[in-house]
Design a protein around this ligand. Structure first.
Ligand SMILES: Nc1nc2c(ncn2[C@@H]2O[C@H](COP(=O)(O)OP(=O)(O)OP(=O)(O)O)[C@@H](O)[C@H]2O)c(=O)[nH]1
Ligand SMILES: [Mg+2]
Length: 264
């Protein structure tokens, strides 16, 4: 989203020069066009929110819950989802909306694990965007049998900032954070850490090999999002994946009853 920002109160503004102790780079080229750029962005975001509401209504009508899984590239979303599908396929009817800029690599990885998978490549008609917005999600939903699902998991495009700025109609935003990313990331990139209801701290199998101070990361996270639920996992060994699946099953609204037979 470049220099434009939407705050939690819904306001949008151009990241201008006022109010900042230190400015970086030459922004003078934006002064003349700033107002029209803000207006265009407001239109884009309000159109996004309108479609997000339509998605939300469709989820409600189908009785399906939806979780948006975001992260920086490579934090382990797909690996975690593979374990998730293996663990939950007999308990929940799951659809995965797989978002990537290009390729079907992740969608192919998730194929055959008992979930209906719909791929959205943002390079195919969506300008190669670094995130999924509500319109892109809507296009992917048309290929999922929503009425036959309990839970839709959206794997967002790998990016530590932009995906968190878009409401896609989901019930919960979550993020996967890998301990290889460094303790300071919640402070430097607060938007996603703040938006996430659950932060999965992944790759904990690597801790013995890293100079990573988990407590310092958790303090930094609490500084930007004191209410985030933290789930520690290794998608490689499977440690902690049960806790993540229990949370998902809770949001999926299934109280232990097996789902009707299905074949995706
Ligand atoms: N050691 C270790 N490696 C992991 C773990 N989870 C994922 N990986 C590895 O990290 C790399 C990236 O994992 P992916 O699951 O593809 O990550 P992703 O978030 O889906 O990546 P993008 O979709 O490209 O953003 C792969 O080589 C995985 O095998 C983990 O818990 N421990
Ligand atoms: Mg992936």
């Amino acid at each position: 989203m470049g220099r434009f920002h939407r705050h939690s109160d819904g306001t949008v503004h151009d990241h201008g020069h006022h109010g900042h102790a230190r400015d970086v780079g030459d922004h003078s080229g934006y002064t003349d066009t700033g107002i029209s750029r803000v207006a265009v962005l407001e239109d884009i975001l309000s159109e996004n929110d309108r479609v997000a509401d339509v998605n939300r209504r469709d989820f409600a009508t189908a009785g399906v819950r939806t979780v948006n899984v975001m992260s920086a590239p490579g934090a382990g979303k797909t690996t975690l989802l593979k374990r998730t599908l293996a663990a939950l396929q007999d308990k929940l009817r799951i659809g995965v909306l797989e978002g990537d800029i290009a390729t079907s690599l992740d969608a192919d990885e998730l194929d055959g694990l008992g979930a209906a998978v719909s791929l959205v490549n943002t390079s195919a008609g969506f300008g190669g965007e670094c995130h999924l917005d509500a319109v892109m999600v809507r296009s992917g939903l048309s290929r999922l049998p929503l009425n036959d699902l309990d839970l839709v998991i959206i794997e967002n495009v790998g990016n530590l900032v932009c995906p968190a700025e878009f409401d896609v109609g989901e019930h919960a935003k979550t993020m996967v954070y890998a301990v290889t990313e460094g303790e300071e990331k919640p402070l430097k990139y607060p938007v996603m850490f703040r938006a996430a209801e659950v932060v999965v701290v992944n790759k904990i199998d690597l801790l013995p090999h890293l100079d990573f101070e988990l407590d310092r990361f958790l303090d930094n996270l609490a500084g930007v999002n004191p209410t985030a639920r933290v789930i520690r996992t290794s998608a490689r060994t499977g440690e902690g994946v049960d806790e993540w699946c229990e949370w998902l099953a809770g949001i999926g609204g299934i109280g232990g009853a097996p789902p009707p037979p299905h074949s995706f």
